[in-house]
Design a protein around this ligand. Structure first.
Ligand code: NDP
Length: 432
C-alpha cells in the first residue's frame, strides 16, 4: 500500500486475489519461500509517457499513456489498451494484475499486462482518433513485439483504433508483424470470432454454471449492463440460447425493452452511428431511463459488462430481492467486494470476470497462433475452440475449488487455479 499510494483499484484487485490464497500458501510454503506473491504484486516494468497530438482546431492536446508489463512468466505480456478519461496508473495496474491470473487460467502461453490512456475518443473526429493513436504508438512501439508484449483492445479501443495503432507500428518498424497486436480486422491479420469472443465466452461460461445447477438459458430473463463490444455480443449469444435480454445500459442511462433488445437496432446505434443509447428508444417501443440503475430491472440472470465497481451492495440486494439466480462478470471487477458478499450470502451463483470474461484474451491467443502460422481459421472452427476453452476454464474453477474444500466457489477456483499455474512456472524459472 505504501509503495502504491492512492491506487485504490489496484489495492482492491490485490486484496481480492490474496483473499483466496490463504489455503494455498499453507499447503505450499515453497511459494512464500520464493517470494512468489511479493514478486507478482510488482510489475516487471511500467511505462508512462506523454502523448502529444493536434486536434481538428489546430490546438495541441496532451494525454498520458501507460503500459504496465506485469508478468511474462507464461508468455509475452498480453492485455488490452483502454482509452477512457477515467484511466489512471492504478486503473491500468488493477487490470494488469487481474490479467496475469486470467491469462494463466486459459492454459495458453500468455503473460499479463495492460495499458491505455486518459484520452476520450467520444466526440472526437476519426482524424483526431487517428492522430492520437499514431502519437501513442510512436512512443509505445519500442516496447512491443510478438515475443515481448502484445496489446489488444478494451474500453474505447475497438478494431478502428487497433487499425490505426497497427498501421503506425508497421510504418515505424518497417515490419508487417501481425502478431504484435490482436483484435485486428479479419482482412489484415485478425481472427474470426475475436470481436464476439468476450461476450460469447461469457455466455458460454454462464451456460456451464447453469448446467452445473441443472438448468439453462431457455426462457430466462437477462439484464446486461453496458452496450459496447462485450455487452452487445453477450446479448446476441443469450438470444441464441433462448434467453431474453430485457435491458442494457451506457454511461448515461439504460433502456428497457420487454420484447427483448433488438440487436440490429442496438448495433446500428452503438457500433455504426456511435450514438447514445437514448437513440435506441427513439426507434423501438422501449423506455429510456436516466435515474437509478439497470440493476433495478428484475431478472433471473445479470451480466455486468460495462466497467469496474458498477454493481454495488445496494444493487446486489435489489438483484437478490428480484430473484436473480446468477451473476457472471463480462467486465473486469464490476462487482464490489461488498456486493460479492451479498450474492454469496444469498447463494446466487457468481462467476468472476477472471474466469467468465477470459474468452476475449483466449481468442487473442488463437489470433496469435494464426498469425504465427500465417493461417486463418473459419468462424465455426474458431468458435468451437472458444467453447472448448470456456468449458475448460469452468471445469478448472470447479475442480480447484473442490481440491481446496470450497465446492462451487468460482472466486476461489479462479484465483487459486490461475495463481498455481503462474506460481509453479515462477519457481521453475528462478528468481527473476
Ligand atoms: P466498450 O468501450 O466497447 O464498451 C464499454 C461500455 O461500458 C459502454 O456501453 C460504456 O458506455 C460503458 N461504460 C464504460 N465506462 C463506463 C463508466 N465509467 N460508467 C458507466 N458505463 C461505462 O468496452 P468493452 O465492451 O470492450 O469493455 C467492457 C468491459 O469488459 C471492461 O471492463 C473491459 O475491461 C472488459 N473486458 C473487455 C474485453 C474485450 O475483449 N473487449 C475482454 C475482457 C474484459 P458509454 O458508451 O456511455 O461510455
Amino acid at each position: 500500500l505504501r509503495r502504491n499510494p492512492g491506487e485504490l483499484e489496484f489495492h482492491q484487485a490485490v486484496r481480492e486475489v490474496l483473499g483466496s490464497l490463504g489455503p494455498v500458501v499453507a499447503r505450499h510454503p515453497e511459494y512464500t519461500d520464493a517470494g512468489v506473491i511479493t514478486r507478482l504484486c510488482e510489475p516487471e516494468r511500467q511505462i508512462v509517457f506523454r502523448v502529444p497530438w493536434v486536434d481538428d482546431a489546430g490546438r495541441v492536446q496532451i494525454n498520458r499513456g501507460f503500459r504496465v508489463e506485469f508478468s511474462s512468466t507464461l508468455g509475452p505480456f498480453k492485455g488490452g489498451l483502454r482509452f477512457h478519461p477515467s484511466v489512471l496508473a492504478g486503473t491500468v495496474k488493477f487490470l494488469g494484475f487481474e490479467q496475469i491470473f486470467k491469462n494463466a487460467l486459459t492454459g495458453m502461453p500468455i503473460g499479463g499486462g495492460k495499458g491505455g490512456s486518459d484520452f476520450d475518443p467520444k466526440g472526437r473526429s476519426e482524424a483526431e482518433v487517428m492522430r492520437f493513436c499514431q502519437s501513442f504508438m510512436t512512443e509505445l512501439y519500442r516496447h512491443l513485439g510478438e515475443h515481448t508484449d502484445v496489446p489488444a483492445g478494451d474500453i474505447g479501443v475497438g478494431t478502428r483504433e487497433i487499425g490505426f495503432l497497427f498501421g503506425q507500428y508497421k510504418r515505424i518498424t518497417n515490419r508487417y508483424e501481425s502478431g504484435v497486436l490482436t483484435g485486428k480486422g479479419v482482412t489484415w491479420g485478425g481472427s474470426q470470432v475475436r470481436p464476439e469472443a468476450t461476450g460469447y465466452g461469457l455466455v458460454y461460461f454462464a451456460e456451464q454454471m447453469l448446467a452445473h445447477r441443472g438448468t439453462d438459458f431457455d426462457g430466462r430473463r437477462v439484464v446486461v449492463s453496458g452496450s459496447g463490444n462485450v455487452a452487445i455480443n453477450a446479448i446476441e449469444k443469450v438470444h441464441q440460447l433462448g434467453g431474453t435480454v430485457v435491458a442494457c445500459s451506457d454511461s448515461q442511462g439504460y433502456v428497457v425493452d420487454e420484447a427483448g433488445i433488438d440487436l440490429e437496432v442496438l448495433r446500428q446505434v452503438k457500433e455504426r452511428d456511435r450514438a447514445r443509447l437514448s437513440a435506441y428508444a427513439d426507434v423501438r417501443d422501449a423506455t429510456h431511463v436516466t435515474t437509478g440503475s439497470v440493476w433495478d430491472v428484475a431478472c433471473d440472470i445479470a451480466l455486468p459488462c460495462a466497467t469496474q465497481n458498477e454493481l454495488d451492495e445496494t444493487h446486489a440486494r435489489t438483484l437478490v430481492g428480484n430473484g436473480c439466480v446468477l451473476v457472471a462478470e463480462g467486465a473486469n471487477m464490476p462487482t464490489t467486494p461488498e456486493a460479492v458478499q451479498v450474492l454469496a450470502d444469498a447463494k446466487v451463483a457468481f462467476g468472476p470476470g477472471k474466469a467468465a470474461n477470459a474468452g476475449g484474451v483466449a481468442t487473442s491467443a488463437l489470433e496469435m497462433q494464426q498469425n504465427a502460422s500465417r493461417d486463418s481459421w473459419t468462424f465455426e472452427h474458431t468458435e468451437a475452440r472458444l467453447g472448448e476453452i470456456m468449458r475448460g476454464i469452468h471445469e478448472r474453477c470447479l475442480t480447484t475449488a473442490d481440491a481446496y474444500g470450497l465446492p462451487d466457489d468460482y472466486v476461489a477456483g479462479a484465483n487459486i487455479g490461475g495463481f498455481i499455474q503462474v506460481a509453479d512456472a515462477m519457481l521453475a524459472l528462478g528468481v527473476i
